[in-house]
Design a protein around this ligand. Structure first.
Ligand code: SF4
Length: 172
């Protein structure tokens, strides 16, 4: 299939992303032209790979190996908290908008995750300790927004950020 994204597709998707952001307490970069370029990248990736992978990261391999970088990626919230914007600067904090700050390049948390997995963190040890708790239901966590729920299987869609069930991890 040709990687052609039409203007109307971009407009439609832009509206959807903007509405979703407004309804869930997120902010889009106010540079509309820039945001539409990112939207075009996301849609191109959808046509190329079959899923909406991050427009600023390299997608190699199958969907199951790239779930963490389907937009919004697993790293968005941590990046907004630490830097005020996500890796691509599609999502920004309220502070960035109010104070008219310009996003600058930030490290890719995806690469840092690999380093972290080599050394166990304090939190990892604590979670392992909690796993001995006798819970009636397992706890599932949405890796996109952090939503937690206690049930036998993850929900089909996250009620908060609408991520699909495959973006959930068994937390405890
Ligand atoms: S960095 Fe931003 S644009 Fe890229 S996938 Fe994450 S949330 Fe989407």
């Amino acid at each position: 299939m040709a990687d052609i994204v039409s203007e109307s597709m971009i407009e439609e998707n832009f509206k959807e992303i903007k509405e979703d952001a407004q309804n869930s307490g997120y902010y889009l970069n106010t540079d509309e032209k820039f945001v539409k370029e990112l939207v075009s990248g996301i849609l191109t990736n959808r046509m190329r790979y079959g899923f909406e992978s991050c427009p600023c990261r390299l997608t190699i391999g199958k969907k199951e190996n790239n779930l963490d970088i389907i937009c919004p990626c697993d790293y968005r919230d941590d990046d907004i908290t630490e830097y005020g914007y996500c890796y691509c600067a599609l999502y920004v904090s309220e502070d960035v908008i109010k104070n008219n700050k310009t996003p600058k390049p930030i490290p890719d948390r995806r690469g840092m995750k690999k380093e972290k997995s080599l050394s166990e963190t304090f939190e990892d040890k604590n979670i392992k300790g909690m796993k001995c708790l006798d819970l009636k239901y397992p706890i599932f966590r949405c890796k996109v927004c952090g939503y937690l729920c206690a049930r036998n299987t993850p929900p089909e869609k996250c009620p908060i950020c609408k991520a699909d069930s495959e973006r959930f991890e068994k937390y405890i």
